[in-house]
Design a protein around this ligand. Sequence first.
Ligand SMILES: Cc1cc2nc3c(=O)[nH]c(=O)nc-3n(C[C@H](O)[C@H](O)[C@H](O)COP(=O)(O)OP(=O)(O)OC[C@H]3O[C@@H](n4cnc5c(N)ncnc54)[C@H](O)[C@@H]3O)c2cc1C
Length: 496
Amino acid sequence: MNDFASGTSSSSTKLIHGGLRYLEHYKFRLVQESLKEREILLNMAPHIIWPMRFILPHTKGMRPRWLLRLGLAIYDHLGYRKILPGTSNVNFANQKTNSPLKDTFKSGFEYSDCWVDDSRLVILNAVDAASKGASLRNYTKVTNATSSNGLWTISTKNSLNGKVEIVKAKAFVNASGPWVDEVLKESFKVKDSKNVRLVRGSHIVVNKLYEGDKSYICQNKDGRIFFIIPYEDNFTLIGTTDIDHGKSADQVKISEQEKSYICESASSYLKQEITTNDIVWSYSGVRPLYDDGASIAQEATRDYVVSAKEYDYSLMINIFGGKITTYRRLSETILEHIENFLGKRGKSWTENSRLPGGEIKVATLSEFEAKLKNKYSFFTNELIRRLARSYGEISFDIFGDADSLDASGNLTAVGNTVELSSGRYTNTIGQSEFSLKWTDPDFSAQQSAFYYVRVLQIPTPRNGLLDSLALQLDEPPRGPKTIQERAYSSPIWYTP
Ligand SMILES: Cc1cc2nc3c(=O)[nH]c(=O)nc-3n(C[C@H](O)[C@H](O)[C@H](O)COP(=O)(O)OP(=O)(O)OC[C@H]3O[C@@H](n4cnc5c(N)ncnc54)[C@H](O)[C@@H]3O)c2cc1C
C-alpha cells in the first residue's frame, strides 16, 4: 500500500528473540519456535542480524529470583542453541565497564538474543524474491477482490501514479498485518471482520546513555517489560508500550503520556534521569495481535494464526498476528497451505539459505568490516560499518575495484554499471554523478531504491539525487537530517 516495510515491520523493538516473558503465559510453542528461528535467521543474514547480550537486573519486588533463573534455564534449553552463549549471573560491582544502572541494582542475569535491522530484513526479502522471479509492487493497494471459477480477480491501484491493474490468481494471501481486517472488509466485502486487536507500541531514542553493546531488559512497577538498547552507535533506544490503539492503523503516533511513561520507566533504572526533553526521535507501530479475548493488551497472544479457506475453488489465506522472529516459519506454513491446494512444488529450502549480502564468510561482523576496510581503505570507518551492516557481501559488488576517492569525494576506477541484487536494478556510479536506472519495470520500487541510494551515503551527489527523485515523484524532498540520517533502520517514511 505504501513503501516496503513502511508498516509495523519498521517500527518494532528490532529483536529476534524467543520472548522471555511469553514463558509466563505458557506460550512454549511460540517461544520454542522463535528460539529455533533465532539461529536460523542469524545464519541467513549475519550482516543485519547479530547476537546481543541482555542484562536482566534484579531487585526486591520483582518476579522472584528463582522464577527468573528457571525461566532463563528453560530459555537456554528450549531452542537448539548452537551459536549464542547461555545465561550467566551478573554482579554489577564486578563489571569492567561502569553500569548505567542505579547503585540499588547489585546483581542480575545475562542472556542472549539477537538484534535485527527490521526494515532492512523486509527489503532483503523483497530483493531476494525479485531475484527468484517474484513480481513486486510497492505503493500498490489491493482495492477489490472477487472469486469465480477457481480464480481471484484482484484490482490494485498505485498510489503514486494512480495506475490501476487487474491480477488473476488461484490463491490469495492477505498478509496486510494491522490492516488485515480492513482489507477483508473493504476489498473482500466481509462484514464485521474483527480478527486482530491493534495494540500500539512506541519507542523513544535518546543520545547514547552508556558505553558497550549490551542491552537491558527491565520490569516496570506495573509488571510490564521494557528494553534499553544501544542504537546506531550514538543513540539508545527505549521501549516499548502496550496500549490498545482504538484507531485505524494509518494513524500511529506516540502520545505525550507514552513519552512520559517510557522516560519514567527508564529513570527508575538508570543513574541518569531521562526526561521528554532528551527525546531526539520516537516511533510507534501497532501490533496486529490475534484477538484471543485477553483482557489486557500485554497478555494478548503474540503467536500467529493462519486461516485458509476455499471460495469457488480458489484459495484465500489470512494471516493474523505474528512476530518478525517467526516470519520465515510462518511463510513456510503459508506455502504448505498453498501446496495442499495447488500440489507439491518442491522441498522447503529457506532454512539453509542466505539473504542477499548474507554470504559473509567470516565469523563476526567486525571481521567482515576489517575485510571491507582492507579492500576499500579510502572509506571512513563509519561508512565501512554502514556498508557492512546494510549490504554485507554485496558491498564488494557495488564498489567493485574502486581504488580511491577523488578530491570531491567521488569514487574513481569503478566499473560504471553495477548490478545490485541479482540484476533487478542497476546503479550507475560515474565519476561525478550517481544516477539510477530501472531495468525491471515490475520492480516499481522508486522509493525503496531511493532508500538504497540513501543508505549508500555516496558522498557528494547524494542530495542532488534525493531532490531530483523526490521531484520526479512530485513530493517535497525528504532529505534526512541529523538523527533521521542515522536512524536508517526506519528508512524514508520518517517525517521530521
Ligand atoms: C512496538 C512493536 C514492537 C515489536 N517488536 C518486535 C520484536 O522485537 N521482535 C519481533 O519479532 N516482532 C516484534 N513486533 C511484531 C512485528 O513487528 C510484527 O509482527 C510484524 O512486523 C508484522 O509484519 P506484517 O508484514 O504482518 O505487517 P506490516 O509490516 O505492517 O506489513 C503489512 C503491509 O500490508 C500493506 N497493506 C495494508 N493494506 C493493504 C492493501 N489494501 N493492499 C496492499 N497492501 C496493503 C501495508 O502497507 C504494509 O506494508 C513488534 C511490533 C510492534 C508494534
